[in-house]
Design a protein around this ligand. Structure first.
Ligand code: SAM
Length: 244
């Protein structure tokens, strides 16, 4: 299926292409991406995420907007028994992740990674309920201008979509370096019936957990003097998902 937002989705990302790619990355996009890309057959109502992997994974984790893929590559190498789904519409980012996987030592080269080069909100409806054991949404585009707030990926509707696919007890990790987006995220999460805080205090929010590798965007934010916020929530059990 062609990846691209259906007309009802407002773009939550900026550009899909950046600088001209070097030849080695063009080659990876041509040869490696087809091996890892998730295909949703036109007639499909749902896909079995475990069946995407040659070796049945213990669980499936999902990263939405992986950028250049540092976090995804590091998590995939650290957790070879987990199957990772990465969603990213930015072609240069996908090529960067493929290069990182290609350069990884044997066994950490992406056998446990599958990719959706498009809007995650297009894939989510095809994932079965309670099929994802962890979700990462790290530094989604902040869209700071008020007239662009409608482009922000995190919303009650987006949290509803995540809640449906998440296993009870699954962790949701969010990060932002934008104080306005942090307040927006906290507002979206406030009172959401499907999510509970795992740890929640200003002090905890400022400290990156050890099993949470830094992303490129985060490194730039810290170098520029901005303070990241790390949010960890748990998918409650006993709610049906899909909102309060
Ligand atoms: C500010 S960048 C951060 C990238 C990376 N997470 C990092 O921290 O370095 C946000 C990324 O989210 C991606 N993105 C935005 N909306 C998305 C969506 N609906 N589905 C998947 N990715 C999305 C963008 O293309 C962009 O690469």
């Amino acid at each position: 299926m062609a990846a691209g937002p259906p007309s009802r989705l407002i773009h939550s990302y900026g550009r899909r292409r950046g600088r001209r790619l070097r030849q080695s990355r063009v080659k990876l996009l041509g040869e490696r991406l087809p091996q890892l890309a998730i295909d949703v057959p036109l007639e499909a109502v749902t896909i079995d995420p475990a069946a995407l992997f040659e070796r049945a994974p213990q669980a499936i984790w999902l990263e939405i907007g992986f950028g250049a893929g540092e976090h995804l590559a590091a998590q995939a190498a650290a957790h070879p028994d987990i199957g990772f789904i990465g969603c990213e519409p930015y072609v240069n980012g996908v090529a960067a992740l493929l290069a990182a996987l290609d350069a990884a030592p044997p066994g950490a080269g992406g056998d446990n990674v599958r990719l959706w080069m498009g809007d995650a909100r297009e894939l989510l409806p095809y994932l079965p309920a309670a099929s994802i054991a962890r979700v990462f949404v790290l530094y989604p585009d902040p869209w700071p201008k008020e007239r662009h707030h409608k482009r922000r990926l995190v919303s009650r509707a987006f949290l509803d979509m995540l809640a449906r696919v998440m296993v009870p007890g699954a962790e949701l990790r969010l990060a932002t370096d934008d104080p306005g987006y942090l307040a927006w995220m906290l507002d979206c999460l406030a009172g959401h019936a499907d999510f509970a805080w795992l740890a929640h205090s200003p002090e905890v929010r400022r400290t990156r957990p050890v099993d949470w590798p830094a992303t490129r965007y985060e490194q730039k934010a810290v170098a520029a003097g901005r303070q990241p916020a790390y949010l960890s929530l748990c998918r409650r059990s006993g709610t049906t998902g899909g909102g309060p």
